[in-house]
Design a binder for this molecule. Sequence first.
Ligand code: ZN
Length: 257
Amino acid sequence: MPQALAPNERLTVDAIEVEVRRSRRRRTRIGLAFDPAGRVILEAPLDATTKELRAVVVEHGRWLRARLAVLKEQAVCLSMPTYVSGELLQYLGEAYELVVEAGPRRVSRRQKTTQLRLFSDVRGVVGTITVRLPDTDPVQVKRTLDRWYRQEAELRFAERINEFRSLPWMRKWSRDWGVRFMRSQWGSCATTGRIVLNTHLVKVPERLIDYVVLHELCHLVHHDHSYRFYALMRAHMPDWEARRLELDAYLPLLAYD
Ligand SMILES: [Zn+2]
């Protein structure tokens, strides 16, 4: 019987909710982890007592609370926007506060000075994105912001692609690429050599954009996910797997229209 015995045991210790997963493979140590939904998971040997489990949570309470706060904040940043002032928007992996104003149509991004940031912001906000519109209806704000994100994506992705210009096979590529809001993938590469990058990528850190860009560029050489494809990825980005994991945290972005 390879499966864990008692599924979904739950504990609450100092207001921290914990799910216990017992496993035959764990012989001694109790492990702490978070699942993708931001829940605390205790991985425990079959014979660990409740007292032992509680002790582990108490011992790591401070750290767990800090991690949970960060996860909650990230979840807030990545939730579906409603396009009203005060909401947080993502740009290159950083949080900006949305300001909606009436006036002639214009979108502007401003970063706070580092000093101002240190004093004023608890949410990790680095600046503001101001959307000025004659009509500040959320539908119009969304439309205007989407257009702005698209322009920014075209600029930023061109820079990222250019970073890979010295790859040996790049001279033969027609540089046929574009951006599109997509729901199911970060990028694609057609057999014709046309690469499409998801516009939402402009919201994630540059190093993760680079991972997607390189992935698609490697498809120009190997149009599959064979071991040769991954060997090529590894040769040019040894830590690509870590980057892919980081990018997974941004998957909720793909659910946006
Ligand atoms: Zn692929």
